[in-house]
Write a protein that binds this ligand. Structure first.
Ligand code: C2E
Ligand code: MG
Ligand code: MG
Ligand code: MG
Length: 293
């Protein structure tokens, strides 16, 4: 302990960083094997229509069931995968699996199936020159219609430049939807809306948390609803946890929401059962493309 105390703050800092780098390297190596070993799987979180809470679309969210560590969150392993390049392979797997599942639900349940499937795409994937072609290949392979797919990208990914903007345009050319995820938390939000052709904004939980508070706290969520309406974009409120928030969001003009208040991310089996019930009731025929605000 005396020796520990003797160490300079700098030495301790370096040791800590080394330990973290080692941990990242180990996680990275394990991740390489995880995909092949079938340890990755998808959950699907409903996006619902306000005010009734009817299922509108789904977002695919990846999970890693690690043999020793248990469930590892994507917030932990996606950044690791972005750094070691595994994200491209993982991202393609996620895209193919989500499209395969959505195509299956569309075939089984027709109009009672969700309106579309959202898939998260990382900055690194968007910088791949082959990305749009990979999307086209997956659609072809799975038989999914392009309008049944929505890609969620972040402002930062597009802002990073390079081919990202061209790639977004190429993907839209295919007929695939694009949403800006975590909208408002990046560093070019409003300017980007002029140059980047998207059809939906996912308003980050950070702003949704404030909607039941003071005028100041709800100001950004309020403005983003107005901007979405003016630009004819769908706006989805993310991370809705209470009835009060849902009510307030509806008053502010939001017609789509996602969050634990409605449903957590769910296994495919649970979603399939709900869809089968809905199809049996003959519901869903009223499910059309949700209007822009
Ligand atoms: P995201 O795309 O913004 O997804 C929303 C996250 O918020 C999900 O966390 C979801 O489970 C969580 N969430 C949903 N409703 C609520 C709520 O009411 N309260 C709270 N506190 N959280 C809520 P998750 O699944 O852990 O994913 C975290 C992030 O990891 C995602 O944020 C996304 O950026 C990334 N991610 C997840 N799956 C993928 C993937 O397949 N590819 C890529 N590139 N990134 C992914
Ligand atoms: Mg997302
Ligand atoms: Mg999000
Ligand atoms: Mg978010």
């Amino acid at each position: 302990a005396a020796k520990e105390q003797g160490k300079s703050r700098y030495v301790r800092y370096v040791e800590e960083m080394d330990a973290r780098a080692v941990e990242h390297a180990r996680l990275g190596a394990e991740l390489r094997r995880a995909l092949a070993a079938g340890q990755l799987f998808l959950l699907y979180q409903p996006v619902v229509a306000l005010p009734d809470g009817e299922l509108s679309s789904l977002e695919a969210l990846v999970r890693w069931h690690h043999p020793e560590r248990g469930m590892v969150s994507p917030a932990q392993f996606i950044p690791v995968a972005e750094r070691n390049g595994m994200i491209v392979e993982i991202g393609t797997w996620v895209l193919r699996e989500a499209c395969r599942q959505m195509a299956d639900w569309r075939r089984r349940y027709g109009a009672a199936a969700p309106y579309r499937m959202a898939v998260n795409v990382s900055a690194r994937q968007l910088r791949e020159p082959e990305f749009a072609q990979a999307v086209a290949d997956v659609l072809e392979e799975t038989g999914l219609a392009p309008e049944d797919l929505l890609l969620e990208i972040t402002e930062t990914a597009v802002f990073d430049g390079g081919l990202a903007l061209e790639t977004v345009r190429a993907v839209r050319e295919l007929g695939v939807g694009v949403a800006l995820d975590d909208f408002g938390t990046g560093h070019s939000s409003l300017g980007l809306l002029r140059t980047c052709p998207v059809d939906a904004l996912k308003v980050d939980k950070l702003f949704v948390d404030g909607v039941t508070g003071t005028v100041e706290n709800s100001a950004i969520a309020t403005s983003l609803a107005q901007i979405a309406r003016a630009l004819r974009l769908q706006a989805v409120a993310e991370g809705v946890e209470t009835e009060a928030q849902a009510k307030r969001l509806y008053q502010l003009g939001y017609r789509l929401a996602q969050g634990f208040h409605f449903a957590p991310p769910l296994p495919a089996g649970d979603i399939g059962r709900r869809l089968a019930e809905r199809a049996a009731r003959g519901d869903g025929s009223d499910l059309f493309e949700p209007p822009a605000l």
